[in-house]
Design a protein around this ligand. Sequence first.
Ligand SMILES: [Zn+2]
Length: 579
Amino acid sequence: MTNAEIAKTLREIASLLDMQGVPFKPRAYEKAAHAVKITDLSVEEIYRRDGLKGLTEISGVGAGIAEKIATLIQTGRLPYLEALREKSPVDLARLSLIEGLGPKTINTLHAQIGIRTVEDLERAALAGKIRELPRFGEKSEQKILKGIAFLKSGGRHLLGAVLPLANDIQARLEMVPGVKQVAVAGSIRRRMETVGNADLLVISNDPDRVMDYFVGMPEAIYIHAKGPTQSRIKLSNRMNVDLRVVSEESFGAALCYFTGSKAHNIALREIAIAKQLKLNEYGVFREDRPIAGRTEEEVYAALGLPFIPPELREDAGEIGAALVGALPELIDYHSLRGDLQIQTNWTDGAHSIEEMAAEAKRLGREYIAITDHTKSLTVTKGADEEKLRRQMAAIDALNKKRSGITLLKGAEVNILKDGRLDISNETLAQLDVVGISVHSHFGLPREEMTRRVIRAMKNPHADILFHPTGRRIQRREPVDIDIDAVIQTAKETGTVLEIDAYPDRLDLKDEHIRKAVEAGVKLVIDSDAHHIRHLSHLHFGIGMARRGWAERSDILNTLGRNEFLESLKDGRRNHRRAA
Ligand SMILES: [Zn+2]
Protein backbone atom coordinates (compact mmCIF):
# COMPACT_ATOMS: atom_id res chain seq x y z
CA MET A 1 0.00 0.00 0.00
CA THR A 2 1.40 3.39 -0.97
CA ASN A 3 1.81 6.33 1.38
CA ALA A 4 -0.63 8.26 -0.78
CA GLU A 5 -3.34 5.65 -0.29
CA ILE A 6 -2.82 5.60 3.45
CA ALA A 7 -2.86 9.39 3.64
CA LYS A 8 -6.05 9.52 1.62
CA THR A 9 -7.78 7.14 4.01
CA LEU A 10 -6.68 9.17 7.02
CA ARG A 11 -7.90 12.34 5.42
CA GLU A 12 -11.31 10.85 4.73
CA ILE A 13 -11.58 9.83 8.38
CA ALA A 14 -10.69 13.37 9.39
CA SER A 15 -13.43 14.78 7.16
CA LEU A 16 -16.08 12.37 8.38
CA LEU A 17 -15.26 13.08 12.01
CA ASP A 18 -15.27 16.76 11.27
CA MET A 19 -18.75 16.54 9.79
CA GLN A 20 -20.01 14.82 12.89
CA GLY A 21 -18.74 17.71 14.96
CA VAL A 22 -16.21 15.57 16.82
CA PRO A 23 -13.63 17.91 18.42
CA PHE A 24 -9.80 17.61 18.11
CA LYS A 25 -9.72 14.16 16.51
CA PRO A 26 -10.08 15.45 12.96
CA ARG A 27 -6.95 17.59 13.39
CA ALA A 28 -5.01 14.57 14.64
CA TYR A 29 -5.96 12.56 11.54
CA GLU A 30 -5.16 15.51 9.26
CA LYS A 31 -1.73 15.82 10.87
CA ALA A 32 -1.06 12.11 10.53
CA ALA A 33 -2.20 12.16 6.88
CA HIS A 34 0.21 14.97 6.17
CA ALA A 35 3.08 13.21 7.97
CA VAL A 36 2.49 10.00 6.00
CA LYS A 37 2.28 11.92 2.75
CA ILE A 38 5.60 13.70 3.17
CA THR A 39 7.55 10.70 4.49
CA ASP A 40 10.24 9.64 2.04
CA LEU A 41 10.22 6.04 3.25
CA SER A 42 7.43 3.59 2.57
CA VAL A 43 5.13 3.50 5.60
CA GLU A 44 4.26 -0.07 4.76
CA GLU A 45 7.93 -1.04 4.87
CA ILE A 46 8.39 0.77 8.18
CA TYR A 47 5.51 -1.24 9.61
CA ARG A 48 6.75 -4.57 8.22
CA ARG A 49 10.21 -3.93 9.64
CA ASP A 50 9.50 -2.21 12.99
CA GLY A 51 5.82 -2.89 13.68
CA LEU A 52 3.58 -0.47 15.56
CA LYS A 53 6.57 1.07 17.27
CA GLY A 54 8.02 2.08 13.91
CA LEU A 55 4.74 3.75 12.96
CA THR A 56 4.54 5.82 16.13
CA GLU A 57 8.02 7.11 15.41
CA ILE A 58 6.62 8.98 12.43
CA SER A 59 6.02 12.42 13.92
CA GLY A 60 2.30 13.16 14.13
CA VAL A 61 1.25 9.50 14.30
CA GLY A 62 -0.01 8.48 17.75
CA ALA A 63 -0.75 4.99 19.06
CA GLY A 64 -4.44 5.01 18.06
CA ILE A 65 -3.80 6.07 14.50
CA ALA A 66 -0.82 3.70 14.21
CA GLU A 67 -3.18 0.80 14.93
CA LYS A 68 -5.56 1.95 12.23
CA ILE A 69 -2.68 2.14 9.73
CA ALA A 70 -1.55 -1.36 10.75
CA THR A 71 -5.04 -2.79 10.16
CA LEU A 72 -5.19 -1.07 6.81
CA ILE A 73 -1.81 -2.47 5.72
CA GLN A 74 -2.57 -5.97 6.98
CA THR A 75 -6.08 -6.36 5.59
CA GLY A 76 -6.43 -3.63 2.96
CA ARG A 77 -9.60 -2.51 4.78
CA LEU A 78 -10.51 -0.41 7.77
CA PRO A 79 -13.75 -1.29 9.61
CA TYR A 80 -13.51 1.94 11.59
CA LEU A 81 -13.74 3.98 8.39
CA GLU A 82 -16.52 1.81 7.01
CA ALA A 83 -18.56 2.40 10.18
CA LEU A 84 -17.98 6.14 9.90
CA ARG A 85 -19.07 6.14 6.27
CA GLU A 86 -22.20 4.23 7.15
CA LYS A 87 -23.09 6.71 9.85
CA SER A 88 -22.54 9.63 7.50
CA PRO A 89 -25.60 10.59 5.50
CA VAL A 90 -23.42 12.29 2.92
CA ASP A 91 -21.41 10.86 0.02
CA LEU A 92 -18.35 12.72 1.19
CA ALA A 93 -15.81 10.79 -0.88
CA ARG A 94 -17.41 11.78 -4.19
CA LEU A 95 -18.52 15.26 -3.21
CA SER A 96 -15.04 16.21 -2.11
CA LEU A 97 -13.71 15.35 -5.57
CA ILE A 98 -15.39 18.57 -6.74
CA GLU A 99 -12.95 21.42 -6.88
CA GLY A 100 -13.40 23.90 -4.05
CA LEU A 101 -15.59 21.65 -1.91
CA GLY A 102 -13.99 20.72 1.40
CA PRO A 103 -15.64 18.91 4.32
CA LYS A 104 -16.71 22.20 5.92
CA THR A 105 -18.56 23.38 2.83
CA ILE A 106 -20.13 19.99 2.27
CA ASN A 107 -21.25 20.01 5.87
CA THR A 108 -22.88 23.42 5.40
CA LEU A 109 -24.63 22.30 2.22
CA HIS A 110 -25.96 19.24 4.02
CA ALA A 111 -27.12 21.13 7.08
CA GLN A 112 -28.79 23.94 5.13
CA ILE A 113 -30.37 22.32 2.09
CA GLY A 114 -29.94 18.61 2.68
CA ILE A 115 -27.29 17.85 0.01
CA ARG A 116 -26.19 14.21 0.25
CA THR A 117 -24.91 13.31 -3.19
CA VAL A 118 -23.38 14.88 -6.29
CA GLU A 119 -26.77 14.52 -7.97
CA ASP A 120 -28.47 16.48 -5.15
CA LEU A 121 -25.87 19.16 -5.52
CA GLU A 122 -26.27 19.44 -9.28
CA ARG A 123 -30.05 19.72 -8.98
CA ALA A 124 -29.75 22.43 -6.34
CA ALA A 125 -27.19 24.39 -8.37
CA LEU A 126 -29.26 24.18 -11.56
CA ALA A 127 -32.29 25.41 -9.64
CA GLY A 128 -30.30 28.42 -8.40
CA LYS A 129 -30.52 27.34 -4.77
CA ILE A 130 -26.82 27.53 -3.99
CA ARG A 131 -26.50 31.23 -4.73
CA GLU A 132 -29.17 31.99 -2.14
CA LEU A 133 -27.16 30.49 0.72
CA PRO A 134 -25.18 32.80 3.01
CA ARG A 135 -21.56 33.17 1.89
CA PHE A 136 -22.31 31.55 -1.48
CA GLY A 137 -23.08 33.48 -4.63
CA GLU A 138 -23.73 33.07 -8.31
CA LYS A 139 -20.00 32.63 -8.89
CA SER A 140 -19.63 29.75 -6.46
CA GLU A 141 -22.75 28.16 -7.94
CA GLN A 142 -21.21 28.32 -11.41
CA LYS A 143 -17.96 26.96 -10.07
CA ILE A 144 -19.77 24.02 -8.50
CA LEU A 145 -21.53 23.24 -11.79
CA LYS A 146 -18.22 23.37 -13.61
CA GLY A 147 -16.72 21.08 -11.00
CA ILE A 148 -19.56 18.60 -11.43
CA ALA A 149 -19.21 18.64 -15.22
CA PHE A 150 -15.52 17.96 -14.79
CA LEU A 151 -16.16 15.11 -12.37
CA LYS A 152 -18.64 13.57 -14.80
CA SER A 153 -16.15 13.92 -17.65
CA GLY A 154 -13.96 11.42 -15.80
CA GLY A 155 -11.43 14.03 -14.81
CA ARG A 156 -10.40 15.34 -18.20
CA HIS A 157 -9.30 18.94 -18.65
CA LEU A 158 -9.74 21.24 -21.62
CA LEU A 159 -6.59 21.49 -23.71
CA GLY A 160 -7.08 25.25 -23.55
CA ALA A 161 -6.65 25.17 -19.77
CA VAL A 162 -3.70 22.80 -19.52
CA LEU A 163 -1.52 23.62 -22.53
CA PRO A 164 -0.53 27.07 -21.20
CA LEU A 165 0.08 25.52 -17.77
CA ALA A 166 2.27 22.75 -19.21
CA ASN A 167 4.24 25.29 -21.25
CA ASP A 168 4.72 27.39 -18.14
CA ILE A 169 5.98 24.43 -16.10
CA GLN A 170 8.27 23.50 -18.97
CA ALA A 171 9.73 27.01 -19.02
CA ARG A 172 10.37 26.94 -15.28
CA LEU A 173 11.98 23.48 -15.40
CA GLU A 174 14.29 24.74 -18.14
CA MET A 175 15.66 27.29 -15.65
CA VAL A 176 16.61 24.68 -13.03
CA PRO A 177 20.42 24.25 -12.90
CA GLY A 178 21.57 21.00 -14.50
CA VAL A 179 18.59 20.78 -16.90
CA LYS A 180 19.56 20.45 -20.56
CA GLN A 181 16.23 19.85 -22.23
CA VAL A 182 12.54 19.62 -21.31
CA ALA A 183 9.63 18.36 -23.41
CA VAL A 184 5.89 18.11 -22.93
CA ALA A 185 4.70 14.72 -24.17
CA GLY A 186 1.39 12.87 -23.90
CA SER A 187 -2.00 13.93 -25.19
CA ILE A 188 -1.13 17.61 -24.74
CA ARG A 189 1.55 17.23 -27.40
CA ARG A 190 -0.94 15.44 -29.64
CA ARG A 191 -3.33 18.40 -29.08
CA MET A 192 -6.22 16.27 -27.99
CA GLU A 193 -9.25 18.42 -27.13
CA THR A 194 -9.25 17.18 -23.55
CA VAL A 195 -6.37 15.91 -21.47
CA GLY A 196 -6.34 13.44 -18.58
CA ASN A 197 -2.86 14.03 -17.21
CA ALA A 198 0.39 15.67 -18.27
CA ASP A 199 3.72 13.99 -19.05
CA LEU A 200 6.98 15.88 -19.03
CA LEU A 201 10.45 14.60 -19.87
CA VAL A 202 13.73 16.14 -18.89
CA ILE A 203 17.43 15.62 -19.51
CA SER A 204 19.42 16.70 -16.48
CA ASN A 205 22.80 16.01 -14.96
CA ASP A 206 21.37 16.84 -11.53
CA PRO A 207 18.12 14.80 -11.35
CA ASP A 208 17.61 15.32 -7.59
CA ARG A 209 17.62 19.03 -8.03
CA VAL A 210 15.01 19.11 -10.79
CA MET A 211 12.82 16.64 -8.89
CA ASP A 212 13.05 18.76 -5.73
CA TYR A 213 11.99 21.78 -7.72
CA PHE A 214 9.18 19.88 -9.44
CA VAL A 215 7.49 18.52 -6.31
CA GLY A 216 7.95 21.88 -4.57
CA MET A 217 6.19 23.98 -7.22
CA PRO A 218 3.53 26.23 -5.67
CA GLU A 219 0.69 24.63 -7.66
CA ALA A 220 1.57 21.10 -6.49
CA ILE A 221 -0.99 20.21 -3.84
CA TYR A 222 -0.10 16.59 -3.47
CA ILE A 223 2.95 14.41 -4.08
CA HIS A 224 1.97 10.95 -5.26
CA ALA A 225 5.54 9.79 -5.68
CA LYS A 226 9.03 11.22 -5.72
CA GLY A 227 12.09 9.43 -7.01
CA PRO A 228 15.34 10.13 -8.84
CA THR A 229 13.96 9.22 -12.28
CA GLN A 230 10.22 9.71 -11.89
CA SER A 231 7.88 11.83 -9.80
CA ARG A 232 4.15 12.41 -9.88
CA ILE A 233 2.30 15.35 -8.39
CA LYS A 234 -1.27 16.60 -8.34
CA LEU A 235 -1.80 20.23 -9.25
CA SER A 236 -4.36 22.52 -7.68
CA ASN A 237 -6.58 22.00 -10.76
CA ARG A 238 -6.53 18.28 -9.82
CA MET A 239 -4.51 17.20 -12.82
CA ASN A 240 -1.72 14.72 -12.23
CA VAL A 241 1.65 15.54 -13.78
CA ASP A 242 4.49 13.06 -14.28
CA LEU A 243 8.07 14.13 -14.69
CA ARG A 244 10.65 11.64 -15.92
CA VAL A 245 14.38 12.12 -16.14
CA VAL A 246 15.74 10.36 -19.22
CA SER A 247 19.20 10.04 -20.71
CA GLU A 248 20.27 11.99 -23.75
CA GLU A 249 20.68 8.77 -25.73
CA SER A 250 17.06 7.79 -25.03
CA PHE A 251 15.36 11.18 -25.21
CA GLY A 252 13.77 10.73 -28.66
CA ALA A 253 12.62 7.20 -27.90
CA ALA A 254 11.13 8.31 -24.58
CA LEU A 255 9.45 11.31 -26.20
CA CYS A 256 7.90 9.04 -28.82
CA TYR A 257 6.85 6.48 -26.23
CA PHE A 258 5.28 8.97 -23.80
CA THR A 259 3.63 11.02 -26.56
CA GLY A 260 1.62 8.00 -27.66
CA SER A 261 -0.98 7.29 -28.58
CA LYS A 262 -0.89 3.76 -27.28
CA ALA A 263 -2.33 2.49 -30.54
CA HIS A 264 0.33 4.31 -32.56
CA ASN A 265 3.07 2.88 -30.33
CA ILE A 266 1.75 -0.64 -30.72
CA ALA A 267 1.74 -0.25 -34.49
CA LEU A 268 5.32 1.04 -34.40
CA ARG A 269 6.39 -1.89 -32.26
CA GLU A 270 4.93 -4.30 -34.82
CA ILE A 271 6.99 -2.68 -37.54
CA ALA A 272 10.07 -3.02 -35.34
CA ILE A 273 9.38 -6.69 -34.73
CA ALA A 274 8.92 -7.32 -38.45
CA LYS A 275 12.39 -5.82 -38.97
CA GLN A 276 13.77 -7.96 -36.13
CA LEU A 277 14.32 -4.87 -34.02
CA LYS A 278 13.25 -4.06 -30.50
CA LEU A 279 11.55 -0.72 -29.77
CA ASN A 280 10.90 0.64 -26.30
CA GLU A 281 11.14 3.91 -24.38
CA TYR A 282 14.96 3.58 -24.29
CA GLY A 283 15.55 3.26 -28.01
CA VAL A 284 15.57 0.98 -31.03
CA PHE A 285 17.78 -2.08 -30.56
CA ARG A 286 19.22 -4.74 -32.84
CA GLU A 287 20.09 -7.72 -30.66
CA ASP A 288 20.45 -5.47 -27.60
CA ARG A 289 22.70 -3.04 -29.45
CA PRO A 290 21.12 0.44 -29.57
CA ILE A 291 20.78 1.78 -33.11
CA ALA A 292 18.56 4.83 -32.46
CA GLY A 293 16.98 6.82 -29.62
CA ARG A 294 18.48 10.28 -29.38
CA THR A 295 15.78 11.98 -31.47
CA GLU A 296 12.34 10.99 -32.68
CA GLU A 297 13.48 11.43 -36.29
CA GLU A 298 16.21 8.85 -35.61
CA VAL A 299 13.69 6.42 -34.11
CA TYR A 300 11.27 6.69 -37.03
CA ALA A 301 14.14 6.43 -39.53
CA ALA A 302 15.36 3.22 -37.90
CA LEU A 303 11.90 1.82 -38.56
CA GLY A 304 12.01 2.96 -42.19
CA LEU A 305 9.56 5.81 -41.62
CA PRO A 306 9.65 9.58 -42.00
CA PHE A 307 8.92 11.68 -38.91
CA ILE A 308 5.22 11.55 -38.11
CA PRO A 309 3.81 14.74 -36.50
CA PRO A 310 2.42 14.10 -32.99
CA GLU A 311 -1.10 15.30 -33.94
CA LEU A 312 -1.39 12.38 -36.39
CA ARG A 313 -0.27 9.63 -34.02
CA GLU A 314 -3.60 7.92 -33.47
CA ASP A 315 -3.14 4.80 -35.61
CA ALA A 316 -5.73 6.27 -37.96
CA GLY A 317 -3.90 5.62 -41.20
CA GLU A 318 -0.80 7.72 -40.53
CA ILE A 319 1.61 4.79 -40.54
CA GLY A 320 0.30 3.45 -43.83
CA ALA A 321 0.56 6.94 -45.31
CA ALA A 322 4.08 7.34 -43.94
CA LEU A 323 5.18 4.03 -45.46
CA VAL A 324 4.19 5.14 -48.96
CA GLY A 325 5.34 8.77 -48.53
CA ALA A 326 1.77 10.09 -48.50
CA LEU A 327 1.67 11.94 -45.17
CA PRO A 328 -0.11 15.28 -45.47
CA GLU A 329 1.98 18.42 -45.25
CA LEU A 330 0.11 19.76 -42.24
CA ILE A 331 -0.78 23.42 -41.89
CA ASP A 332 1.84 24.93 -39.61
CA TYR A 333 1.21 26.88 -36.42
CA HIS A 334 2.16 30.28 -37.82
CA SER A 335 0.38 30.33 -41.12
CA LEU A 336 -2.89 32.13 -40.38
CA ARG A 337 -3.14 35.66 -41.78
CA GLY A 338 -6.75 36.48 -40.96
CA ASP A 339 -9.42 35.82 -38.33
CA LEU A 340 -13.03 35.74 -39.49
CA GLN A 341 -15.08 35.59 -36.33
CA ILE A 342 -14.74 38.42 -33.82
CA GLN A 343 -17.38 40.01 -31.60
CA THR A 344 -17.08 43.53 -30.20
CA ASN A 345 -18.88 45.75 -27.72
CA TRP A 346 -21.40 46.52 -30.46
CA THR A 347 -22.96 43.31 -29.11
CA ASP A 348 -21.65 40.91 -26.46
CA GLY A 349 -17.89 41.45 -26.87
CA ALA A 350 -15.82 43.23 -24.24
CA HIS A 351 -13.88 45.62 -26.48
CA SER A 352 -14.32 48.18 -29.22
CA ILE A 353 -13.58 47.40 -32.87
CA GLU A 354 -10.38 49.48 -32.58
CA GLU A 355 -9.16 47.58 -29.53
CA MET A 356 -9.77 44.19 -31.15
CA ALA A 357 -8.06 45.39 -34.33
CA ALA A 358 -5.02 46.67 -32.44
CA GLU A 359 -4.53 43.39 -30.60
CA ALA A 360 -5.09 41.32 -33.77
CA LYS A 361 -2.48 43.43 -35.51
CA ARG A 362 -0.06 42.94 -32.65
CA LEU A 363 -0.54 39.18 -33.08
CA GLY A 364 0.39 39.50 -36.74
CA ARG A 365 -3.01 39.20 -38.41
CA GLU A 366 -3.38 41.06 -41.68
CA TYR A 367 -7.17 41.16 -41.76
CA ILE A 368 -10.07 40.42 -39.42
CA ALA A 369 -13.80 40.26 -39.92
CA ILE A 370 -16.01 41.97 -37.36
CA THR A 371 -18.90 39.57 -36.92
CA ASP A 372 -21.25 40.80 -34.24
CA HIS A 373 -24.43 38.88 -33.52
CA THR A 374 -27.67 39.71 -35.29
CA LYS A 375 -31.06 40.69 -34.01
CA SER A 376 -32.85 37.47 -33.11
CA LEU A 377 -30.22 36.84 -30.44
CA THR A 378 -31.71 39.46 -28.16
CA VAL A 379 -29.55 38.66 -25.12
CA THR A 380 -26.56 40.04 -27.01
CA LYS A 381 -28.20 43.26 -28.23
CA GLY A 382 -27.92 41.65 -31.67
CA ALA A 383 -27.72 43.98 -34.63
CA ASP A 384 -30.61 44.71 -36.98
CA GLU A 385 -30.16 46.01 -40.54
CA GLU A 386 -29.90 49.60 -39.39
CA LYS A 387 -27.26 48.83 -36.76
CA LEU A 388 -25.30 46.76 -39.28
CA ARG A 389 -25.30 49.69 -41.70
CA ARG A 390 -23.97 51.99 -38.98
CA GLN A 391 -21.27 49.47 -38.14
CA MET A 392 -20.30 49.14 -41.82
CA ALA A 393 -19.89 52.92 -41.97
CA ALA A 394 -17.76 52.85 -38.81
CA ILE A 395 -15.55 50.13 -40.32
CA ASP A 396 -15.18 52.06 -43.58
CA ALA A 397 -14.04 55.07 -41.56
CA LEU A 398 -11.53 53.00 -39.58
CA ASN A 399 -10.11 51.40 -42.73
CA LYS A 400 -9.49 54.87 -44.17
CA LYS A 401 -7.13 55.52 -41.27
CA ARG A 402 -4.85 52.71 -42.54
CA SER A 403 -3.97 51.25 -39.18
CA GLY A 404 -1.98 48.40 -40.75
CA ILE A 405 -4.75 45.83 -40.54
CA THR A 406 -7.80 45.50 -42.76
CA LEU A 407 -11.21 45.28 -41.13
CA LEU A 408 -13.76 43.27 -43.04
CA LYS A 409 -17.45 43.96 -42.63
CA GLY A 410 -19.18 40.89 -41.34
CA ALA A 411 -21.87 39.47 -39.12
CA GLU A 412 -22.65 36.30 -37.25
CA VAL A 413 -26.14 35.85 -38.65
CA ASN A 414 -28.62 33.66 -36.83
CA ILE A 415 -30.17 30.71 -38.55
CA LEU A 416 -33.85 30.80 -37.63
CA LYS A 417 -35.73 27.67 -36.66
CA ASP A 418 -36.86 27.05 -40.24
CA GLY A 419 -33.46 27.70 -41.82
CA ARG A 420 -34.06 31.28 -42.96
CA LEU A 421 -31.59 33.96 -41.83
CA ASP A 422 -32.61 36.85 -39.58
CA ILE A 423 -31.09 39.57 -41.82
CA SER A 424 -32.36 40.55 -45.26
CA ASN A 425 -30.47 39.44 -48.36
CA GLU A 426 -30.17 43.05 -49.41
CA THR A 427 -28.12 43.85 -46.28
CA LEU A 428 -26.16 40.59 -46.42
CA ALA A 429 -25.08 41.48 -49.95
CA GLN A 430 -23.22 44.51 -48.58
CA LEU A 431 -21.12 42.52 -46.12
CA ASP A 432 -17.68 41.12 -46.92
CA VAL A 433 -18.07 38.06 -44.71
CA VAL A 434 -21.38 36.47 -43.77
CA GLY A 435 -21.08 33.86 -41.04
CA ILE A 436 -24.17 31.87 -40.23
CA SER A 437 -24.82 29.93 -37.08
CA VAL A 438 -27.31 28.13 -34.88
CA HIS A 439 -27.89 29.87 -31.54
CA SER A 440 -31.39 28.70 -30.69
CA HIS A 441 -33.60 25.60 -30.90
CA PHE A 442 -30.63 23.35 -30.19
CA GLY A 443 -32.86 20.38 -29.48
CA LEU A 444 -34.44 19.85 -32.92
CA PRO A 445 -34.56 16.27 -34.16
CA ARG A 446 -31.72 15.25 -36.48
CA GLU A 447 -33.64 15.45 -39.73
CA GLU A 448 -35.16 18.83 -38.99
CA MET A 449 -31.84 20.27 -37.75
CA THR A 450 -30.03 19.02 -40.85
CA ARG A 451 -32.68 20.45 -43.17
CA ARG A 452 -32.58 23.74 -41.27
CA VAL A 453 -28.81 24.20 -41.55
CA ILE A 454 -28.67 23.05 -45.18
CA ARG A 455 -31.36 25.54 -46.12
CA ALA A 456 -29.34 28.31 -44.50
CA MET A 457 -26.16 27.19 -46.28
CA LYS A 458 -28.01 27.46 -49.58
CA ASN A 459 -28.63 31.17 -49.05
CA PRO A 460 -26.35 32.63 -51.77
CA HIS A 461 -24.98 35.22 -49.32
CA ALA A 462 -23.90 32.74 -46.67
CA ASP A 463 -20.11 32.43 -46.73
CA ILE A 464 -19.10 30.48 -43.62
CA LEU A 465 -20.97 28.09 -41.36
CA PHE A 466 -19.74 29.07 -37.88
CA HIS A 467 -19.20 26.40 -35.16
CA PRO A 468 -21.17 23.84 -37.18
CA THR A 469 -22.21 21.47 -34.36
CA GLY A 470 -22.67 24.02 -31.57
CA ARG A 471 -21.05 21.94 -28.88
CA ARG A 472 -19.43 23.37 -25.73
CA ILE A 473 -17.07 20.71 -24.45
CA GLN A 474 -18.19 19.45 -21.02
CA ARG A 475 -21.03 21.98 -21.08
CA ARG A 476 -23.35 21.35 -24.00
CA GLU A 477 -23.76 18.41 -26.34
CA PRO A 478 -23.44 19.06 -30.08
CA VAL A 479 -26.70 19.51 -31.97
CA ASP A 480 -27.99 16.35 -33.60
CA ILE A 481 -27.04 16.89 -37.23
CA ASP A 482 -25.99 14.76 -40.20
CA ILE A 483 -22.48 16.11 -40.59
CA ASP A 484 -21.90 14.16 -43.81
CA ALA A 485 -24.88 15.90 -45.38
CA VAL A 486 -23.53 19.27 -44.20
CA ILE A 487 -20.14 18.51 -45.76
CA GLN A 488 -21.80 17.36 -48.98
CA THR A 489 -23.83 20.58 -49.11
CA ALA A 490 -20.71 22.64 -48.45
CA LYS A 491 -19.11 20.95 -51.41
CA GLU A 492 -22.06 21.79 -53.67
CA THR A 493 -22.61 25.37 -52.52
CA GLY A 494 -19.02 26.36 -51.81
CA THR A 495 -19.92 27.24 -48.22
CA VAL A 496 -16.83 27.36 -46.05
CA LEU A 497 -16.91 25.38 -42.78
CA GLU A 498 -15.41 26.89 -39.66
CA ILE A 499 -13.01 25.41 -37.16
CA ASP A 500 -13.93 27.52 -34.14
CA ALA A 501 -10.77 27.66 -32.03
CA TYR A 502 -12.44 28.74 -28.79
CA PRO A 503 -11.11 26.18 -26.29
CA ASP A 504 -14.46 24.76 -25.18
CA ARG A 505 -15.81 24.66 -28.74
CA LEU A 506 -13.13 23.28 -31.10
CA ASP A 507 -15.90 22.90 -33.64
CA LEU A 508 -15.55 21.32 -36.21
CA LYS A 509 -13.68 18.69 -34.29
CA ASP A 510 -10.80 16.61 -35.65
CA GLU A 511 -12.71 13.70 -37.20
CA HIS A 512 -15.16 16.06 -38.90
CA ILE A 513 -12.30 18.18 -40.22
CA ARG A 514 -10.76 15.09 -41.75
CA LYS A 515 -14.02 14.26 -43.52
CA ALA A 516 -14.30 17.81 -44.83
CA VAL A 517 -10.68 17.77 -46.04
CA GLU A 518 -11.23 14.45 -47.80
CA ALA A 519 -14.32 15.89 -49.48
CA GLY A 520 -12.31 18.89 -50.67
CA VAL A 521 -14.40 21.36 -48.66
CA LYS A 522 -12.63 24.59 -47.66
CA LEU A 523 -12.25 25.58 -44.02
CA VAL A 524 -11.33 28.63 -41.96
CA ILE A 525 -9.93 28.74 -38.43
CA ASP A 526 -11.39 31.53 -36.27
CA SER A 527 -10.93 32.68 -32.69
CA ASP A 528 -14.60 33.53 -31.96
CA ALA A 529 -13.03 36.19 -29.74
CA HIS A 530 -15.22 38.15 -27.35
CA HIS A 531 -12.20 39.62 -25.55
CA ILE A 532 -8.71 40.65 -26.70
CA ARG A 533 -7.16 37.73 -24.85
CA HIS A 534 -9.23 35.28 -26.94
CA LEU A 535 -7.59 36.44 -30.16
CA SER A 536 -4.55 34.28 -29.48
CA HIS A 537 -6.64 31.09 -29.34
CA LEU A 538 -6.23 30.38 -33.05
CA HIS A 539 -3.46 27.86 -32.39
CA PHE A 540 -5.94 25.53 -30.66
CA GLY A 541 -7.90 25.49 -33.92
CA ILE A 542 -4.70 24.84 -35.86
CA GLY A 543 -4.01 21.89 -33.55
CA MET A 544 -7.47 20.53 -34.37
CA ALA A 545 -6.89 21.11 -38.09
CA ARG A 546 -3.60 19.20 -37.92
CA ARG A 547 -5.35 16.35 -36.12
CA GLY A 548 -7.83 16.46 -39.01
CA TRP A 549 -4.99 16.07 -41.59
CA ALA A 550 -5.55 19.59 -42.96
CA GLU A 551 -2.92 21.18 -45.17
CA ARG A 552 -2.34 24.86 -45.68
CA SER A 553 -4.36 24.84 -48.89
CA ASP A 554 -7.43 23.49 -47.07
CA ILE A 555 -7.58 26.55 -44.80
CA LEU A 556 -8.65 29.73 -46.56
CA ASN A 557 -7.38 32.21 -43.97
CA THR A 558 -3.83 31.21 -44.78
CA LEU A 559 -4.39 33.36 -47.87
CA GLY A 560 -3.68 37.06 -48.12
CA ARG A 561 -6.65 39.40 -47.88
CA ASN A 562 -7.41 39.79 -51.58
CA GLU A 563 -7.07 36.12 -52.40
CA PHE A 564 -9.19 35.29 -49.38
CA LEU A 565 -12.00 37.62 -50.47
CA GLU A 566 -11.69 36.33 -54.03
CA SER A 567 -12.13 32.76 -52.80
CA LEU A 568 -15.26 33.76 -50.84
CA LYS A 569 -16.66 35.29 -54.02
CA ASP A 570 -15.93 32.05 -55.84
CA GLY A 571 -18.03 30.40 -53.17
CA ARG A 572 -20.88 32.84 -53.80
CA ARG A 573 -20.68 32.13 -57.56
CA ASN A 574 -20.88 28.41 -56.79
CA HIS A 575 -23.91 29.11 -54.69
CA ARG A 576 -25.73 30.62 -57.62
CA ARG A 577 -24.85 27.63 -59.78
CA ALA A 578 -26.02 25.20 -57.11
CA ALA A 579 -29.21 27.11 -56.46
ZN1 LIG B 1 -21.71 31.92 -32.24
